[in-house]
Design a protein around this ligand. Sequence first.
Ligand code: COA
Length: 328
Amino acid sequence: MGFHAAITGWGKYLPQRVLTNKELERMVDTTEEWIMTRTGIRERRIVGDDETASTMAVEAGKKALEVAGLSPSSLDLIIVATNSPDRITPASSFLVQHAIGAKKAAAFDVGAGCSGFIHALAIAYQFISSGIYSNILVVGSEAVTRIINWEDRGTCVLFGDGAGAVVVQANEHATDMLSFVLGSDGSGGDLLYIPHPCGKPSSAPQDGRYYVFMEGREVFKFAVTVMPKASRQAVEAAGLQISDIDLFIPHQANDRIIQAAARSLGIPSEKIFVNVDRYGNLSAASPVVALCEAVEEGRIKEGDLVVLVAFGAGLSWAAVVLRWQPRA
Ligand code: COA
């Protein structure tokens, strides 16, 4: 059986700089209307010069610790999910560990595309239910606009920066993570990727700049199939029906993908959380920023059943069913 695990704290950080569709009109061959109707995105946030994935993770993490009423020195582990780390090594989680003064915490990063946060949450759950650790900070943080090609209209309108964090703690009474589904299909690795200086020299970009590359149409097709499938599998694994779920929090990549997944699952719009209009695709930070906002906006009440579901580079996918009971 092992120990129970509960989310007891949450927090988010979004950079101040807002980039609107109108501004993008002046940067690439696009229109405000095209971006809005094809993606549902109105604006996104862009990191400041003094900000990175780790500095935003620190801000979100501090807020999550405050809500949990936990001091950084009590943390056993920090996991950061990111696709845009400050450095190749050390992992961003070590920078977070030092900046918040989590002196006894272990640290590592998780790379699973935009599904990374849910993978990190599953790892935290394992460490707690096995009794190894009691207090874990799980973060999704992205400064992905730093590696966007601002001349590629197929990607530059989609992404934004930000961070979200949760504290997961051992709990005597109740587990609020009821089931996880994690999946991979590396055969789709070329559909969405970020090249890297450690790759084969022959794969290095000619101009020396390493940008996000995406076959948007193919990723779209994958997303509209995998999000409903992973949601159904997770709900079934929890012994529940789709109609039992109070709120679905899908990966915020494109509102058309979210609405197609909702239709396929037969979920009414009031049970779907959407913030892609304000932030665009926050990659690994997307589900956790959305979870924080859903709680802050009163969309999740004590005892509610919530599904977080994501897809992304890998290709990857992940879903978790939560029973929201932070004060159990
Ligand atoms: N502004 C104007 N036109 C654009 C554009 C932009 N920002 N981006 C693409 N277009 C054009 C294309 O060049 C294409 O023109 P063509 O027909 O002359 O070749 C046309 O719009 C249609 O392209 P298509 O790719 O079919 O558009 P779409 O409706 O599929 O929308 C995406 C494109 C990228 C928004 C969409 O495919 C998508 O959201 N894909 C999934 C992306 C995703 O979720 N990524 C993250 C995974 S974690």
